[in-house]
Each structure stands twice: as structure tokens, then as C-alpha cells.
Design a protein around this ligand. Structure first.
Ligand code: MN
Length: 418
């Protein structure tokens, strides 16, 4: 599909994340306005709450956009999702007849504050990247036992905390936790010294389920995708993770991009998962391509210094797709709700320059990664980590906006913890 031309000139640039083909969903406010739903188009945000109030955008018998989340719109179902794209596309396309009215509801993105785009119901994070699982397993155990025996059969995950999810631009505080360094006889309580990021995609569930669903049904339940940084305290993780998996190591924060890219915008970029090393059980087999060709990168910017891009990889590297993960998640009868968020797992490519975490990039701190003006084993106070991603079309790209967070120094140890 070629670029769809808009009368919003900045939406026609090959460099924008937000051409007419994209129309991602966010929540914004300007000055002291109440946060409400908006759609990114070029350098602007289309105020869909205002359009709805004027009767120019009609999808239901009640308003759904004058709220600080997209959950009510998701609730309308997939026909309304498609109808919405048709209506908004017609308003913004070159030669649109209502341009003179719509123009009044374009807000410059530069002056707007972006908020979490949806109410997160529950958050589950997976471990579905083969390169990442092999690398981490090699470090935490050994290369012979790197992949757990279930890994090639099940998309492994853990139940995270919805309360940990924050929008891009939110500062993250270095966590305190219980630590037991290698060789130490006893644990102690203090700031994490091995704080890390994980480059992931998040799938947003837009339709609930009550009972097991197929992979095809799971795909239909997904509303869209975001970039996701699963901040991880590796030293807390190493001490706590057996036998029940990550807990406090992953509970500090999870940053997502401010824009949900609807599945419809990503359709031209579908790709199949890589070849299976062992056949999957029938319930997990993909009826069609369910990953996406999305180029990803991570930048690290020290407090006083220039950004270094420290990794480049692609979502197509994942071994399991989000619909496979969602299908497996429901297999026990686990109900899913609108607003559930599924983290893909860390997206690492096959070579060093494509690894999706500092743990892997510095190989557990043994090989510090060179950056402009220094090096890093793990994240230092004041560093900003920025995830970016886009699918590349013919003369345009479908992007997510930056998914960024800055690490603040740990708070002093409270008296009750000394
Ligand atoms: Mn993760």
C-alpha cells in the first residue's frame, strides 16, 4: 500500500511516524485542559473528543472519546474500529470536503502533554524471544541448560503488575531491593546496582474472552500494539527468581509508548514466526502470519551527553506471536479483559549489536558496552533510555512515537530498613 496523502502536509513526509496510514490512538491534554482521546497525524493531534462533541464523528449512541482512555472505544468492537478509521481517513485525506471544520481541531503535538492511552486492566509479560532466552539462560545457568525444557513448547510468561505501567516521559526511580551478590554469605537490602531495560512490544487486548480461544480468535481480540520497556533489576531478579519467576525485579516500572498503533495500520507488515525447532501442539499453531516487520532501536543518553544508539533489531525475531501468547494465556480458562496488556518478551536479534537488554549487550557486565564518552554495563543514574520503532512502507512509516524514561537515583534507605 502506498502513502495515503493528507492535507496535513507534515503527515506526508517520509520521516514522520504518523502518516494518514497510521492514525494511532493517544490521550493528550493542553495546559489545564482535561485529558481526552486524540489521534496523531503528522506534527498534530486530531482532537476526536471535540469532533465527537460537534457531531462530526459518530460511532455509538453515547460519547466515547471525552475520557482519558480508549477503553470505551475498544468496547464498541471491531466493526466500530474499522468505521472509525474510515471516518477519520475521509476527514484528513487530500481534498477532504470538511477540512475547514476539522482544521479547528488540530492541536500541535509539540505543545501537548501525552498520558497513558488506556486503562491497563492487567499486565502479563512473556519470555518469547529465543535469542534473549538463550543468552539469559547461558548467564544465569549455563549454555547447555540455557533454554528450559518447556521453552520450545510453551510461550512462558509471568503475571506482572498493571500498576507498574507508566507512559513515556515518566521518570523511573532506581529501586531498593533484597540483594545477594555472588559469593556473599547473606543477603542485604539496598539500591539495585544492575538496573536494566528490556526492549519489547506490547499487545493491547481490545475484546474480552471467557474461556479458551484459538490463535485466530486471539488475533481478532488484539486492538493494537505499543512499544514497551520492561525495566528490570537484574541483581534483585537473580536472587529472587527461583522457583516462581520474576517478582520485585520487574515491579518498579514498565514504560509504554504514548500511541497505540491499531492492528489495521500494521496489516501490510505481517510476517510469520520463524521456523519451529520442534512442532507446536495444534492449539498453538498459527493460521497465518501474526508477527510484524517492525524495525526497533534503543538509544541511551547520559545526563550530560549525546545519545548512542546501543541496539537495532526487529519484532519479527520473536519465536511466539502475541496471538499465540494470548491463546495460551486463555487455555486454562483464564478470562481476558479489555485493556489487558501483554509484553512480548525481550526482542534480541542473533548478533551482539541486536541484543535487547544491557544484560546481554554487556554480557552480565563482563564486556562493558562503549557509548559516546564512556561505557555502560548497566543503566546509570541520569541515563535516559529511548525505544523507537517503525514499520517501513513504500515512502512512509508507521511509528509509535518515542518510548522514553530517565533513571533517577535511588532514595535514601529509610530508617526502618537499616
Ligand atoms: Mn520482560
Amino acid at each position: 500500500m502506498p502513502l495515503m496523502k493528507s492535507w496535513v502536509e507534515s503527515a506526508n513526509l517520509a520521516s514522520t511516524d504518523f502518516p494518514l496510514n497510521n492514525l494511532p490512538c493517544g490521550v493528550f491534554s493542553v495546559a489545564d485542559d482535561a485529558p481526552r482521546c486524540g489521534v496523531a497525524i503528522g506534527d498534530f493531534i486530531l482532537d476526536v473528543a471535540a469532533l465527537e462533541a460537534e457531531g462530526l464523528l459518530s460511532l455509538a449512541d453515547h460519547p466515547v472519546f471525552d475520557v482519558p482512555f480508549w477503553n470505551e472505544f475498544m468496547e464498541l468492537g471491531s466493526e466500530a474500529w474499522a468505521d472509525f478509521r474510515t471516518q477519520v481517513t475521509a476527514m484528513l485525506a487530500e481534498g477532504a470536503s470538511k477540512r475547514w471544520i476539522v482544521e479547528d481541531h488540530l492541536v500541535p503535538r509539540a505543545g501537548a502533554t501525552l498520558h497513558l492511552p488506556f486503562l491497563i486492566s492487567e499486565y502479563t509479560d512473556f519470555y518469547a524471544g529465543r535469542n534473549h532466552a538463550f543468552n539469559v539462560g547461558s548467564m544465569f545457568r549455563d549454555p547447555e541448560n540455557a533454554l528450559p525444557p518447556n521453552w520450545l513448547h510453551i510461550p512462558i510468561g509471568y503475571n506482572g503488575r498493571a500498576s507498574s505501567v507508566v507512559v513515556s516521559g515518566t521518570d523511573v526511580r532506581r529501586p531498593l531491593g533484597q540483594l545477594k551478590p555472588p559469593g556473599a554469605d547473606v543477603p542485604y537490602f539496598g539500591p539495585s546496582k544492575r538496573f536494566d531495560f528490556e526492549l519489547e512490544m506490547g499487545a493491547v487486548v481490545g475484546r474480552g474472552s471467557d474461556g479458551p480461544v484459538s490463535v485466530a480468535e486471539a488475533d481478532a481480540m488484539i486492538f493494537g500494539y505499543v512499544l514497551l520497556n520492561d525495566w528490570s533489576a537484574r541483581d534483585i531478579q537473580a536472587w529472587e527468581y527461583q522457583p516462581l519467576g520474576p517478582f520485585q525485579a520487574k515491579a518498579t516500572a514498565t514504560t509504554i509508548s504514548p500511541w497505540i498503533v491499531m492492528k489495521a495500520a500494521l496489516e501490510p507488515f505481517r510476517v510469520p514466526t520463524p521456523a519451529r525447532e520442534v512442532p507446536l501442539l495444534p492449539y498453538l499453531r498459527e493460521p497465518g502470519p501474526m508477527l510484524y516487520d517492525i524495525a526497533l532501536e534503543v538509544g541511551l543518553t547520559p545526563e550530560a551527553g549525546a545519545e548512542t544508539v546501543i541496539t537495532r533489531t526487529n519484532y519479527a525475531q520473536m519465536y511466539y506471536s502475541a496471538p499465540q501468547q494470548l491463546c495460551h494465556h486463555t487455555s486454562s480458562g483464564c478470562a481476558m479483559n479489555i485493556g489487558d496488556l501483554l509484553g512480548s518478551g525481550t526482542i534480541s536479534g542473533p548478533i551482539r549489536e541486536s541484543r535487547g537488554s544491557l544484560l546481554e549487550l554487556s554480557w552480565g557486565g563482563k564486556e562493558p558496552l562503549p557509548i559516546t564518552g564512556g561505557s555502560r554495563s548497566f543503566i546509570e543514574d541520569g541515563d535516559t533510555i529511548t525505544l523507537r520503532g517503525h514499520a517501513a512502507g513504500d515512502g512512509y512509516r508507521i511509528g509509535f512515537g518515542d518510548c522514553a524514561g530517565r533513571l533517577l537515583a535511588a532514595k535514601d534507605l529509610p530508617d526502618w530498613a537499616k
